[in-house]
Write a protein that binds this ligand. Structure first.
Ligand SMILES: N[C@@H](CCC(=O)N[C@@H](CS)C(=O)NCC(=O)O)C(=O)O
Length: 206
């Protein structure tokens, strides 16, 4: 099995965290997105949208991080990161969808302006974008805080793919002054402490 990606990429980190949780080793193929390798003709032949990650598994290939983590969890033997009862599966999928639809676009607006823009020499952050991202992130995190008041993880009592789908974005958010969006919500704060100290996350978040 080969994972094509970049260690700093949020979407690659979801895949690597899933592999680490499932104790499965895959060969890592670096696609250096800081140098534009993801737009090379050779890579576009694999991934027609020119982004990471991309998976090769014994002749089967696929892309899209949230689809890849579901595939890996279904395929690999051992304890699953997907619950087995229908309501919990529904809950897990709901939280992955909330992440993709309402949280990540807002969180990444902050991270792009406050972390990546500076790293790429792009100048001062656009505070209109940051403030809009802050408000949108706060709304999603308020909803998460209410859910996490009565359960340990997003899908219920067990760590699942839903938690993995949120973690890479929260990690980058925690590096900005808007990390307070996490720490000022007691249940999100406690959950983040729980999930970010897992060995899988420590292995991936280097
Ligand atoms: N929906 C895709 C998004 C992939 C994506 O945007 N990857 C980013 C890194 S996290 C990337 O390759 N960025 C480089 C670029 O946009 O050229 C997924 O979930 O895999």
């Amino acid at each position: 099995m080969k994972v094509y990606g970049h260690p700093g990429s949020t979407c690659t980190r979801k895949v690597l965290t899933t592999l680490a949780e499932r104790n499965h080793e895959a060969e890592f193929v670096l696609v250096d997105i800081t140098k534009g390798d993801q737009k090379s003709p050779q890579y576009i032949q694999k991934h027609p949208f020119g982004v990471v990650p991309y998976l090769e598994d014994d002749g089967f290939t696929m892309y899209e991080s949230r689809a890849i983590i579901r595939y890996l969890d279904a395929k690999l033997p051992g304890r699953k990161l997907t619950p087995s009862d229908a309501p919990s599966i529904g809950r897990m999928e709901q939280w992955i969808s909330i992440e993709q639809s309402y949280f990540t676009p807002n969180c990444m607006a902050i991270v792009m302006e406050m972390v990546f823009k500076g790293m790429m020499g792009g100048g001062q952050p656009d505070m209109d974008k940051v403030n809009k991202g802050r408000d949108g992130s706060a709304r999603a995190l308020d909803v998460a805080d209410r859910a996490l008041a009565t359960q340990g993880y997003l899908a219920g009592d067990n760590f699942s793919l839903a938690d993995i789908s949120w973690m890479p974005y929260l990690q980058y958010l925690s590096l900005t002054p808007f990390g307070t969006l996490i720490t000022e919500r007691p249940h999100v704060k406690a959950w983040w402490q729980r999930v970010s100290t897992r060995p899988s996350w420590k292995k991936v978040n280097v």
